[in-house]
Design a protein around this ligand. Sequence first.
Ligand SMILES: [Zn+2]
Ligand SMILES: [Zn+2]
Length: 307
Amino acid sequence: MYRSGAVMAWNVFKFCAALRGLGSIMILVVLGVVGVTYYAVVVCNYAPALVDGDLDSLIAVAVLILFHSLLVMLLWSYFSVVFTDPGSVPPNWRPELDEERGDTDPLTESEFGTASSDPVNLRVRYCRKCNQFKPPRCHHCSVCGRCVLKMDHHCVWVVNCVGALNYKYFLLFLFYTFLETSLATLALLPHFVAFFSDGEIAGTPGNLATTFLAFVLNLAFALSVLGFLIMHISLVAANTTTIEAYEKKTTPKWRYDLGRKRNLEQVFGLDRRYWFIPTYSEEDVRRMPALQGLEYPSKPDFDAQEF
Ligand SMILES: [Zn+2]
Ligand SMILES: [Zn+2]
């Protein structure tokens, strides 16, 4: 799905063109799901419950506060992924050729643009489509038509590549989407169950249909996002990207694996106050090369660094 073989090239080209064509429609789909959910949870069910009095009102206040807070974080993360450049290779970027032998990138085998018998040049990764050198962990995206730093995957939901500079925002988007869709599912559950009970149910047919639709959508999203979230947490814990996880199977020792805690910091930053919001502290951006996407600390040289 992510990499094209020669035989598949034409099909993949069609696939990529289709993805490009889909473009911003996906943003409307996301906003549509958010809109339906908002209407079902807030307008149809919990805002009216505010005037019920007693426990119902208290529950409604709690649900509404939590729902709106998560919605703000979800949309903030979402538009951060959509509008943040995942990272492109600076023009005239050249690899340093005097690196030690230990720095060989294990992914180079499939990526030699300039195959040579010279052992120094063997480490050079080159993109023939962009006609430029590739920094470590950089991959060419056929949908974007350019090289993306520490590319993870091209995400249709955010109409953007997920790479070095917006991966954290993508993870937070997954995280808040999971929380928000779970909350919506639980909040709508009693109203959904009411459909199948024998008694009279209150509400207009429109409200009932929206509630039904929103419940099914949110349950489906909560379950599928949970799977994605678990996969990405294990990727972050091992300091790999989705692409690298596919290619890494032949590499027993992963050079970027710095231990779970440090792997996490390489994506979320050192400043914990910024872990749950889609941005980094200025200091982190300055002191952490991984957040600029061109160099990554690896096992042998990590201990030599200050942090
Ligand atoms: Zn490229
Ligand atoms: Zn892309």
